[in-house]
Structures are given as C-alpha cells and as structure tokens.
Design a protein around this ligand. Structure first.
Ligand code: C2G
Length: 130
C-alpha cells in the first residue's frame, strides 16, 4: 500500500517523527509532500525557519520516508494523490473532516497529533530561553 502525507515539518520534532512512523505503518511506501516556502507565506504570512530545501532534506533522511516532493498548493491534493498513485492519505487530526471528499480515490486517515509538542511552542521556548 502506498501512503501519502503532507506537511511543513519546520524545526523537525518528535511529533513529526511519530506522525511519519505511524503513517508508514499503514502501508509499505511512504510519500511526503513538503510544503514550499511560498505556500507557507501565502497561508501563514511568514516563512518557515528552515528553507524548503532543508526541510525536504531532513524529511527525506527519515527512515520511514521513501519519497518526497514539494507541495505547492493546498488545493492540489487530488492531483498529487493520483500522480503518486497513493492508496491512503494520512493527515493529522487538526485537519479532521477537511479531506473527506478525497475518499472516492483513496482511504483518508486522520491520526491524532502528539500532545504538547509543536514548532510554535519550540520557538516560544527558545525566545524565552526557558
Ligand atoms: N503533527 C503531529 N503532532 C504534533 C505536531 C504535528 O502529529 N504535535 C503532525 C501534523 O498533524 C501533520 C505533520 O505532523 O500531519 C506535519 O505538521 P506541520 O508541519 O505542522 O504540517 P502543516 O503545516 O499542518 O501542513 O497540506 C498540509 C500542509 O502542508 C500543512
């Protein structure tokens, strides 16, 4: 089974690792769409701390990950799924219900987020020097 997931993966942390580990366990080939810097700016009004090249290189080096590509638009999920012949779409449950319309071309699975860890919390911790 080919599994696909998407994310920014900025300041790669334990929550990201756990997501990729559980996504891979649902199949045998894991494809990850790493969002571009431009997509992040469009979405959040700021650029990630790490560049898209750095974020993609880190994700590609994780042993659960078999393939990576750049996610350039949130609206292109259907195209990416078809292009990569994915059987299962995995998203964190912060996106719960948002991609149910894709169930006609693949299985859609929302995985619970790992509690108490986020890129934003890490940035705040560093800024406060706690
Ligand atoms: N994640 C998690 N637990 C956390 C933090 C993140 O399981 N504590 C998961 C998210 O649910 C997501 C993945 O790790 O599935 C990557 O997280 P982000 O980089 O925050 O991804 P995001 O910016 O939500 O992706 O098409 C989606 C876009 O690419 C946006």
């Amino acid at each position: 089974m080919r599994v696909i997931t998407f994310g920014t993966f900025d300041l790669f942390h334990y929550g990201h690792l756990r997501l990729l580990e559980r996504a891979k366990a649902l199949g045998d080939h894991l494809i990850v769409g790493v969002s571009t810097d431009a997509l992040n700016f469009e979405k959040k009004g700021r650029y990630p701390v790490y560049s898209q090249e750095e974020r993609r290189a880190i994700v590609a080096a994780i042993r659960h990950v078999d393939e990576t590509f750049y996610e350039e638009s949130l609206e292109k999920k259907r195209d990416y799924i078809l292009e990569h012949k994915a059987d299962i779409l995995v998203m964190g449950d912060d996106w719960k219900g948002k991609f149910d319309d894709l169930a006609d071309i693949c299985r859609v699975v929302y995985l619970p987020r790992t509690p108490s860890v986020s890129t934003t919390a890490i940035i705040e911790k560093i800024v406060k020097k706690q």
